[in-house]
Design a binder for this molecule. Structure first.
Ligand SMILES: Nc1ncnc2c1ncn2[C@@H]1O[C@H](COP(=O)(O)OP(=O)(O)OP(=O)(O)O)[C@@H](O)[C@H]1O
Length: 434
């Protein structure tokens, strides 16, 4: 009798533990990982390190590989290997990180190459290797793909001005586009890769803030038109875009004079009451601004557009005019000035792309090792992108999916916060072809 009561109690406790652990896994996956996954994974890393290092040529020998034996010179592989030391293994919300001290003569490249082997040996989803400083590599391993179902942040309050939480990072943190840190952004991706969703997410996040939003959507305003009521201006054709960019260049030059007179190097050094409003210009499909039918007028218009955009990118950063430029491709073949413009857009977001050259153009000039990762994004991973962020300089991330109708509803709630930009009044009239 007593035994069966004990057995029943044991079973009840077991069932309760199962339910609690399932709830913990679903609601607090990071705690679930800390409590159940980290220690075994850390043990695997520690116990397999020497074997992984040896197989992947990460161990070195300083002994000679030849020796004189009875008057003969015998060559061979030296057996006394030295292994680079692992230090400071620590948990991440969805994985672990460990530092490795490089031995003299070693470079991080061999460790980067061995990343896949480490992921398999440690049964982790992915391993990334970066070198935060000379002589050290940081190995970060993620246990599962955190981008399969990125969770919306709980309560999006407290976001600093000109910052937008647009999704989740592979490392488990929030994916934040921060215009104060990185003033201009380039968003690239093939059709249906998630560009518009990301732009929508940006608008949703910026809508409550004291920021002017300006749209340029030359595909007839189909994407950004959803947010018309929160946009201070929307250009839906190239003539309108040229007029709008021209007016913004004039405004930027005016702001420059104000700053110069006040002895300030940016609008953020001006007193609050004198500081002009920050403007975020969102361009959906940059190719529409550059492509021409070959006629002289068309070419001149495209060149004008390109010159204005470049000017805004060069001057706008310190003067509160920020660019987010999205397109399927970015390449010198689009038109003159594209490569120069790209150099000014320090923030990069590369979704799935159709050709390797586009990933190379989007990320290759900043982070060579990120290109292959961007090229491996699958068609069913919509919203997944490689973005410039974090200590490594780049990271995989996925935007939060908000249906267009929901995004429009969320943004509409802030329609009364749409600032009137008087300096754009004439431009929009001038650019209107009707
Ligand atoms: N973060 C995401 N998570 C899940 N699904 C997504 C995500 N982002 C986009 N999608 C899905 O992908 C589809 C295409 O996305 P989106 O319209 O943003 O792509 P796009 O790159 O703007 O395409 P186009 O160039 O044709 O306008 C969306 O309808 C949505 O279902």
């Amino acid at each position: 009798m007593g035994q069966s009561i004990l057995l029943a109690a044991g079973l009840a406790v077991l069932a309760w533990l199962l339910v609690v652990s399932r709830q913990l896994r679903d609601r607090r996956p990071e705690w679930f990982w800390y409590l159940t996954g980290f220690v075994p994974a850390a043990m695997r890393v520690m116990t397999t390190w020497r074997r992984v290092a040896r197989v992947n040529d990460l161990a070195v020998s300083y002994g000679p590989n030849q020796r004189a034996l009875g008057g003969l010179i015998v060559r061979g592989t030296p057996l006394r290997l030295r292994f680079p030391r692992l230090t400071g293994i620590r948990p991440l919300p969805n994985g672990l990180a460990v530092r490795v001290r490089l031995l003299p003569g070693q470079t991080p490249a061999a460790f980067v190459e061995a990343a896949d082997a480490m992921a398999h040996a440690w049964r982790m989803f992915a391993v990334r290797v970066v070198s935060p400083r000379r002589g050290v590599v940081l190995i970060s391993a993620t246990a599962s793909d955190p981008l399969e179902n990125p969770r919306l942040p709980r309560g999006a309050t407290g976001v600093p001005l000109l910052s937008a939480v647009v999704g989740a990072l592979e490392t488990g943190g929030a994916w934040v586009v921060d215009f104060r840190r990185e003033p201009h952004w380039l968003v690239v991706g093939a059709t249906r890769s998630g560009k518009s969703t990301l732009l929508a997410r940006l608008v949703v996040q910026l809508a409550p803030q004291p920021v002017a939003l300006v749209g340029v959507d030359c595909k007839g305003g189909m994407e950004l038109g959803l947010f018309r009521r929160r946009l201070s201006a929307l250009a839906t054709s190239r003539p309108e875009a040229v007029a709008l960019f021209g007016a913004l260049v004039v405004e930027v030059q005016r702001r420059m004079k104000v700053c110069r007179a006040a002895g300030a190097r940016s609008i953020w050094e001006l007193p609050n009451e004198e500081r002009p409003l920050a403007v975020v210009v969102l361009v959906d499909e940059m190719a529409e601004l550059y492509l021409t039918n070959g006629s002289r007028d068309d070419r001149a218009e495209a060149e004008q557009c390109s010159t204005y955009l470049l000017r805004l990118a060069q001057l706008g950063a310190a003067l509160g005019v920020h660019l987010v430029i999205a397109g399927q491709r970015v390449g010198a073949d689009l038109g003159p000035g594209v490569t120069a413009l790209r150099a000014q857009l320090g923030g990069r977001i590369c979704h799935r792309v159709n050709d390797p050259g586009t990933a190379e153009m989007t990320l290759g000039d900043l982070h060579k090792d990120a290109v292959a990762v961007a090229q491996s994004i699958r068609a069913d991973e919509q919203g997944v992108a490689v973005t410039t962020a974090g200590a490594a300089g780049w990271v995989r991330a996925r935007s939060h999916l908000t249906a267009p109708a929901d995004a429009a509803r969320l943004v509409d709630a802030y329609a009364d916060r749409t600032p009137h930009l008087a300096f754009l009044d004439n431009a929009m009239e001038a650019g209107d072809p009707s």
